[in-house]
Design a binder for this molecule. Structure first.
Ligand SMILES: [Zn+2]
Ligand SMILES: [Zn+2]
Length: 366
């Protein structure tokens, strides 16, 4: 039985660099996916490297001896388990081994294709979501409004209805993958040529392709169209809020579902009303006499003109609360209030008669 140094063909004083180099050379030579490869041999050298290629493990190996590390048989707790090795390689840890991934990654990364993102295309997937802005008038946002928006989006092809087939023709088995949806590709690496399994690019993993692809969409099953979409904007929506229209985004290829359409509203300001959530604020300016004697003033509200009763002796700055005259809650939980701030107007131009009356009032001590 060889010890790990013999397996890798290095001396006990070999540096990590030399061990790595030796492993690469042997892995290259014996990789099982390679013509003339030798799986048993490859496992053996990989096991040796998983120990010697790690400073800590190497030290233990030197101290405790080969026997401790070679209780192989695949599944022993301390042994080298090839299945775990390959299965867990990508996840960054082994069960019992502490392996220096930077080193091993150099060697394995290339032929396992980790981190390349090129693991074959997915099957036909849902269409993309779309986003758009919609301008609303102040009152449209307060009370809700039905709108029609126009979007350019992909929809199911009008000729093939998303089947991607020219009408009257059928799907046939993909020649390239013989209906498996997967192909074996050769990959060139510094270790040589290896085989990898990929999703078939001709049929996108479906195993079947159109003999005669639709002449309008060229087999994609979708075409760009102008769509008019009705959208019901809920009462109480506020500036910057978004309505989601499920299934109104782009159609997916070959009959896959649509994505969603997100409509974000921009609400214009109002000249009289200021909105704070469901609360409306406005101001009213009244004559001095109204403040002193009391009276009634017409004021604008969201629901139209209303009459505000001013009690005698109302000070400037007083806030009147009109209950439930504010903005409807967007979730239907009632309406907010309307707060009206009362201001007293001080006249700058007055008639002679008015001046006389005010002089009298002044003499009265008012
Ligand atoms: Zn078509
Ligand atoms: Zn195929």
């Amino acid at each position: 039985m060889h010890d790990y140094y013999q397996t890798l063909g290095v001396s006990k004083t070999a540096t990590q660099d030399e061990i790595k180099k030796a492993y690469r050379k042997l892995a290259h030579q014996h990789h099982p996916d390679k013509a003339g490869g030798d799986e048993a041999k490859f496992k053996e050298i990989s096991q040796a490297y998983s120990v010697l290629g790690n400073e800590e493990k190497k030290k233990q190996y030197d101290q405790l001896g080969h026997a401790v590390f070679s209780q192989s048989g695949g599944n022993s707790a301390n042994g080298f388990n090839w299945n775990d090795f390959t299965r867990q390689y990508g996840s960054g840890h082994f069960q019992d081994f502490t392996v220096n991934f930077d080193d091993i990654g150099d060697v394995f990364g290339d032929f396992f294709g980790f981190g390349r993102g090129g693991r074959g295309g997915a099957r036909t997937s849902k269409g993309s979501d779309m986003r758009m802005m919609l301008d609303l008038h102040f009152m449209e946002a307060v009370f809700g409004v039905d709108k029609t928006v126009v979007v350019e989006r992909h929809e199911s092809c009008s000729r093939c209805h998303g089947t991607s087939l020219e009408p009257g023709t059928e799907l046939r088995t993909c020649y390239r993958c013989a209906g498996n949806g997967k192909i074996t590709a050769n990959q060139q690496t510094f270790l040589g040529t290896f085989q990898t399994i990929q999703s078939c690019p001709d049929c996108r993993g479906n195993g079947r392709v159109a003999e005669h692809p639709c002449s309008v969409c060229k087999g994609r099953g979708i075409e760009k169209k102008r769509a008019e979409i009705k959208v019901s904007i809920p009462a109480g929506i506020d500036d910057g809020e978004t309505v989601r229209l499920s299934g109104q985004g782009e159609a997916g290829e070959q009959g896959a579902d649509h994505g969603d359409l997100y409509i974000t509203v921009r609400v214009k300001k109002h000249t009289l009303f200021v909105r704070e959530g469901t609360t409306i604020r406005s101001e009213v300016v009244a004559r001095f006499t109204t403040a002193v004697l009391g009276g009634k003033i017409d004021i604008p509200t969201l629901d139209g003109t209303a009459v505000l009763k001013i009690p005698a002796g109302t000070p400037s700055g007083k806030v009147f609360r009109l209950k439930e005259k504010g903005v409807p809650d967007v979730h239907g939980r009632g309406r907010g209030d309307h707060l009206v701030t009362f201001h007293v107007e001080v006249p700058t131009k007055i008639s002679k008669k008015a001046r006389k009356l005010l002089d009298d009032l002044k003499a009265e001590g008012v």
